[in-house]
Design a protein around this ligand. Sequence first.
Ligand code: LMR
Length: 393
Amino acid sequence: MLEALRPQPADKILQLIQMFKDDPRADKIDLGVGVYKDPTGLTPVMRAVKAAEKRIWETQDTKTYTALTGDPGYNGTMRRLILGDAVDDARLSSIATPGGTGAVRLAVDLAKMANPGATVWVSRPTWGNHISIIKFVGLPVAEYRYFDEAAGEVDFAGLTEDLGRVKAGDVVLLHGCCHNPTGANLTADQWQKVIAILKAQGALPLVDLAYQGFGDGLEDDAAATRAVAAAFPELLIAASCSKNFGIYRDRAGILIAVSADAGQTQVAQANLNFLNRQTYSFPPDHGTRVVMTILQDADLTADWKAELEETRLTMLRLRTQLAEELRKATNSDRFDFVARHRGMFSRLGLTESQVDRLRTEFGIYMVGDSRINIAGLNSATVPVLARAVAAVL
Ligand code: LMR
């Protein structure tokens, strides 16, 4: 029977990891997968994470099952971190999930259970795995314009026009902050316009919040999600702790459902529990326990916030430097948008053959759509990238 299986296309981002490993050049530069790296190239374990792990190791006396939701303490602290007090707790249900991807997957499953006729709208472009997951779950995907490639900015006219075609009961996937792959984000005013359109259309927002703290700061990066949550009777939020806690391999995420009232919250919670049970039973505990331990302790929280802020500011400095170096190397302001973008990624607007040349001739690895991971750079490699980009233009 298994001979009936067909080969699957390799994920473009994950494929790059292997190609980079296989490249023998010592001066190669990895701007592929979205993983933070410090200036020495290491993805560090954050100080507060180490301290929390030590505390857990010293005090944990059982590894028996927790709950289908994951630890209630994790759910509570994460809900607050993401939503503040934007929504009454009585309208919130949630489950811990294996990473943000687990949350996205179950969110789409839940949407299909609620409305099998829904179309899921994603930005063009979006994270490739969004489209892959939605199709795999079996819902149709539609795209709304998002990015003006020539300007390196949000195509707001195209976006609002396309969102005007969303049907009642459709799901609209929104990047809460730090848009992946473009790095171009909506202003607060534009978010309000998007909210007004989606409300008028009767859409269900699904906010993917994978980079809270990597853009303008922990609170600012949650502002759009909170504005959406405050405006809609119902929505879904898929969030990740991979990046802002640096616990990529531990797989900690959360899926939050906001319901219209307390009665519907109970039903939503039962469905979330059911989804966890059907998919992998209990969600992984270690990463979520680390997050909860940090968020329940004032000192650990303060240290985590301080280190996260250092991380964010490092990426911002790299953005400024890269925009300047590209200006010098190309003698144009074509790439100035890099300094205005936020988060780990920017899309440079290069052709696929230019991206190929950067890899083969210069050992610089980026995703085929010319998305770069800013955190893969350091102050010494920024000018190297800028000169190489100028050379392939
Ligand atoms: C990325 O976009 O590089 C990250 O979200 C990692 C991944 O799983 O693709």
